[in-house]
Design a protein around this ligand. Structure first.
Ligand code: AMP
Ligand code: MG
Length: 322
């Protein structure tokens, strides 16, 4: 297996201060550093520095109108980059650190590149001590989309980041495999009724319980508010077909399978998960692992509850259905 000298191990709880300091210096010098979170690996750059943010888009091959999420070491640190009202504060107190991104009105200091030209900015505090130590040391908001080439499945370990991005990243902080494995929930809180722009690690039911009402964007409004939903995502190099248990399905002659339930035909290779949580956790690495067979991948369509909504979103995008 190829090794990469950009990969530097860090401890989840107690990252080496010298390593964190080196990573933070790179960020302040306008370089890119990939970092682990509880969801997926992020590709970090100084959000206040338009030139650094442009490097992120270039390394990923990402369309420049798809805004980036900014990362913070604490709720208080967000105030430097966005306007935080009482409701946003309550959401932060309840769900942070954790996989919830809040879209808030941006302050002018946030580069327009990081905002994708919008007047708002996505903000998040990951549940990951090593990453929080890194953000604190940077002293600036760290813009960080998932650290994969645009359109590919998101990376849940450091080696995948190095293989996807190569020399585009100066350093990769490596703390092993991510826990949640599916990206953050994106919630727009700039209107009276919050809007769920992307299902993710915090299930919609939890937000509804906390907020009372959560809207789902529809039609053209969705594209305007959540530019990321415009683009093909999570696509492996082979075809992905969706099996809805209980419905008629033409099983391919030869195929790989991933899901919780047993498939109705014998697959050439399969990745079976013990639960739908585990399916969400392992989805991206399963897509990357199974694509190497060159065979189509059959993916079980999960129930909608809990992380199922986020799973459905990622599977339908991987299959090119949305
Ligand atoms: P990624 O970091 O690649 O997982 O993608 C970030 C997601 O957050 C994309 O779907 C973006 O469209 C969305 N996002 C980030 N900032 C904003 C914003 N200011 N307004 C709406 N959506 C945003
Ligand atoms: Mg992404």
């Amino acid at each position: 297996m190829k090794t990469y000298d950009t990969i530097v191990p860090v401890d989840f709880w107690n990252p080496d201060p010298a390593v964190i300091d080196r990573a933070a210096r790179l960020i302040r010098a306008g370089e890119l550093v990939a970092f682990p979170t509880e969801t997926v690996y992020g590709l970090g750059g100084n959000a206040l520095d338009g030139a650094a943010v442009k490097k992120i888009y270039a390394a990923k091959g990402r369309p420049s109108d798809n805004p980036l999420i900014l990362h913070f070491p604490s709720p208080e640190a967000v105030e430097s980059a966005a306007y935080v009202d009482a409701r946003a504060k309550r959401l932060m107190e309840h769900f942070w650190p954790g996989p919830l991104t809040l879209v808030l009105p941006a302050r002018d200091c946030v580069s327009k590149e990081a905002r994708g030209g919008l007047s708002t900015v996505g903000c998040r505090m990951p549940d990951y001590p090593a990453a929080l130590a890194f953000f604190a040391a940077c002293g600036v908001p760290v813009a960080g989309p998932s650290a994969n080439r645009s359109g590919r499945p998101s990376p849940t370990n450091a080696l995948t980041v190095a293989e996807d991005l190569g020399s585009g990243v100066a350093m990769i902080l490596d703390a092993g495999e991510c826990r949640v494995g599916v990206e953050s929930t994106v919630l727009d809180v700039t209107d009276s009724v919050p809007v769920l722009l992307r299902p993710g690690g915090v299930p919609m039911e939890q937000l509804q319980e906390f907020l009372g009402e959560v809207a789902l964007p529809v039609g053209a409004n969705q594209l305007k508010r959540s530019p990321g939903t415009r683009y093909r995502h999570y696509a492996p190099t082979v075809e992905v077909r969706v099996w809805v248990p209980g419905e008629a399905f033409a099983w391919p002659h030869a195929f790989c399978y991933m899901g919780v339930r047993a498939p109705e035909c014998e697959p050439a290779r399969e990745i079976r998960f013990a639960s739908y949580e585990a399916y969400a956790h392992g989805l991206f690495s399963a897509l990357r692992e199974l694509e190497s067979s060159g065979l189509p991948i059959v993916a079980e369509w999960p129930p909608e509850a809990g992380l199922g909504r986020a799973l459905r979103d990622r599977i339908s995008r991987a299959a090119g259905l949305s």
